[in-house]
Design a protein around this ligand. Structure first.
Ligand code: BGC
Length: 691
């Protein structure tokens, strides 16, 4: 009870009820009246996990989530979600990994391997191009085959080839006119024929329209399934438009899933996972995905003198542990920043606390996704500056399923802006530091105010132990090693995709009614992915646009030196080695990135693309480690629509070892021979949208 769905039992033939439960930030079982209810551990959001750039850590988190799910009787965890962060306002970005398909793909591999090591299944979702919530059940994504292949399908390709997830969940939306769940080109030609997928495909809940078309496409299982869809199937078989052999094929694939499940094997789940151990895992892993955006004059970690803290911002007292919708978790508690600091013997100003706690927050307005910040009197700030050693301000944002964020949610509100302005001015006048903590699920604007505070910590939504994890970093018990899995732009309109995203579009954003295929309202009925492959840093870096914080960026309490990289070629692979040394005073980890710049060829390309990454182990001061970054030359290819082929141009490629997409640390030139791999000519643009 409380899980998202199931495979219906057929006791007559020994088919048990297989349980499907949501993720990705833990096991999503909701309380149900009249049933025995259990809490599940709330782990960090996926965006935080990808900020770790640490596949071993994510694999371990997946393993623990999978164990908890299994012990609650779950057979398939409906996670990870791996859609691309096409635009910062997508309401579900918090559930997704990155704007980059390689990072998203490798994180997905780690997550799936971890969960499935428990002999339960995953459902990698939402296949594919589910990049907005507005009219998500009907929106028609108009995307070029090249952008599909290189950006929107790539992460799925990686996880299918490397991990064979037990199931894939097709997405709600249409792609070039056809519902994803009804697209044989997507679900059979590409997924199974080209990539070799062997598992089961299920719909997203109530997704698609025509049950028979879904069967033909190879979408084996319809969740939760409607009477209409069942009627389509029966009718189709009767009138000969749906071959019974197709139904048998799909049924077989469902049964192949069933027989793998713990339920079928009679596993006796305990309903008693080790919640204490799991809390420790979420606390510790969360610290590794928090991103230190700014740390002037080593404002952090707190020094022993920083004993008394004035805590500003309503969210400090009420942390967001994750987003809303199916990605939410029925957690036992959330540690606020207040509690996290107290747990580490830091004294928080009680008077400020009392003011916040007494504040009668005005009703949140309709679509607003931040809490209404309390206006703070400067006299109180002056009192606080006099009586405390420093100030921390938390700004929070929450978003979730069914609804995209609105543009004003991206910017600080006037009250928030006043708060950071006044607190920094008054505390700085008293020679005291100010730290801003961002308890957000996605990108917000930072350019206009980031000069004010001394330090900025992007804590993301860090699960139920969030306040403890932040306190671990503030006090220096943990050294931040997270780096951004997406760009923080100067402003929203800098994203090319802002021209084609439902920004503040006034429609009923919730469940969209499945209308027929219409091309009426732009960005609602249909969305043109005009930017092609120029998503995230591929756009900003190619245009050399100023950004607030680049992709891959994040500071540490220590410093790292990169040696000159060396390179060799082996068996179709380019292998770059670099030695990374901790040159600072405390132990730390460094995420190392490899970008490749291709020579000019037939297709225009982003100036560089991430092709490999790795993270050091914990390096003690003075310690170094050799990092090996391997790239298969096939993965240097771009997709040529004219010939429907992956084409690697021959010529000199620059392999750049970097600390972020804007922080190159050394490079090597490599001669690559040309190669071409032809694939199927599918998923073409509808005629009306061909250029
Ligand atoms: C979401 C899926 C989720 C499913 C089951 C849908 O609304 O899009 O991500 O797994 O519900 O809860």
């Amino acid at each position: 009870p409380g899980a998202a769905g199931r495979i219906n039992p057929v006791p007559r033939v020994g088919i048990p009820c297989v349980v499907l439960s949501d993720g990705p930030a833990g096991c999503g079982i909701l309380p149900v009246e009249g049933e025995e209810n259990y809490f599940c551990t709330h782990f960090p959001i996926e965006t935080l996990l990808s900020s770790t750039w640490d596949v071993d850590l994510v694999r371990n988190v997946g393993e623990v989530i999978g164990n908890e799910a299994k012990e609650y009787g779950v057979d398939v965890l409906l996670a990870p979600a791996i859609n691309i962060h096409r635009h910062p306002l997508c309401g579900r970005n918090f559930e997704y990994f990155s704007e980059d398909p390689l990072l998203a793909g490798k994180m997905a591999v780690a997550y799936v391997d971890g969960v499935q090591s428990n002999d339960i299944g995953t459902s990698v979702k939402h296949f594919a191009v589910n990049n907005q919530e507005t009219n998500r059940m009907n929106n028609n994504a108009i995307v070029s085959p090249r952008a599909l292949r290189e950006i929107y399908l790539k992460a799925f390709e990686i996880v299918v080839k490397e991990s064979q997830p037990w199931t894939i969940m097709s997405s709600y939306n249409r792609i070039n006119d056809v519902y994803a769940s009804e697209s044989p080109e997507l679900i059979t030609t590409i997924l199974r024929d080209e990539w070799g997928y062997k598992g089961t495909v299920m719909t997203d809940w109530w997704g698609g329209a025509d049950g028979a078309a879904q069967m033909i496409a190879g979408n084996d299982m319809i969740e939760p399934g409607t009477k209409e869809q069942a009627a389509h199937i029966i009718e189709g078989v009767k009138n000969g438009t749906l071959d019974e052999a197709v139904v048998d094929r799909n049924v077989r694939r469902i049964l192949e899933l069933v027989v793998r499940t713990p339920r079928f094997k009679g596993y006796k789940y305990s309903n008693n996972p080790d919640m204490k151990a799991h809390a420790t895992v979420t606390r510790q892993s969360a610290t590794e995905g928090m991103v230190l955006l700014k740390n002037e004059k080593q404002a952090l970690p707190l020094s022993p003198k920083d004993k008394n803290i004035a805590l500003f911002g309503g969210v400090s007292y009420n942390f967001f542990s994750g987003g809303t919708g199916s990605g939410d978790i029925h957690r036992p508690y959330v540690v606020s920043l207040l509690d996290g600091l107290k747990n580490q013997q830091i004294v928080v100003d009680d008077n400020i606390k009392a003011i916040y706690q007494a504040y009668n927050r005005p009703q949140e307005q309709g679509e607003q996704m931040r809490i209404n910040e309390m206006p703070m009197d400067t006299a109180i700030i002056k009192y606080a500056a006099k009586n405390n050693d420093m100030a921390i301000i938390t700004f929070g944002r929450i978003s979730g399923e069914y609804i995209d964020r609105i543009s004003s949610d991206f910017f600080l509100s006037d009250t928030e802006r006043e708060l950071v302005k006044n607190v920094t001015r008054i505390f700085h006048e008293a020679n005291k530091k100010v730290v801003v903590v961002l308890n957000v699920g996605g990108v917000i604007e930072t350019q206009s105010w980031k000069e004010m505070p001394d330090a900025i910590l992007l804590s993301w939504q860090a699960g139920q132990e969030g306040g403890n994890s932040v306190a671990d970093i503030l006090t220096g018990h943990a050294n931040p090693s997270g780096k951004l899995p997406m760009t923080f732009p100067v402003t929203l309109s800098d994203h090319w995709s802002s021209l084609n995203f439902p920004i503040d579009q006034k429609i009923d954003r919730r469940w969209s009614v499945k209308t027929g295929l219409t091309h009426e309202t732009k960005n609602v009925d249909y969305t043109i992915y005009d930017e092609g492959v120029y998503v995230g840093y591929r756009w900003f870096d190619t245009q050399n646009l100023q950004v607030s914080y680049p992709f891959g960026y994040g500071l540490s309490y220590t410093t790292f030196e990169y040696s000159k990289p060396s390179v060799k070629q082996d068996n179709g692979k380019v292998i770059v080695e670099v030695t990374v040394k901790n040159t600072g005073k405390v132990a730390g980890k460094e995420a190392v990135q490899l970008y490749v710049e291709a020579p000019a060829g037939k297709l225009d390309k982003p100036v560089h693309e991430l092709k490999a990454f790795d993270k050091t182990k914990m390096l003690q001061p003075g310690e170094s480690q050799v990092i090996t970054l391997a790239v298969h030359t096939d993965d240097l290819a771009s997709f040529d629509e004219q010939t429907s082929a992956w084409v690697t141009d021959g010529g000199k490629y620059k392999f750049v070892v970097a600390a972020s997409s804007r922080d190159p640390r050394g490079d090597v030139m490599v001669d690559i021979s040309p190669s071409t791999r032809k694939v199927n000519n599918v998923l073409n643009l509808p005629a009306a949208f061909k250029k």
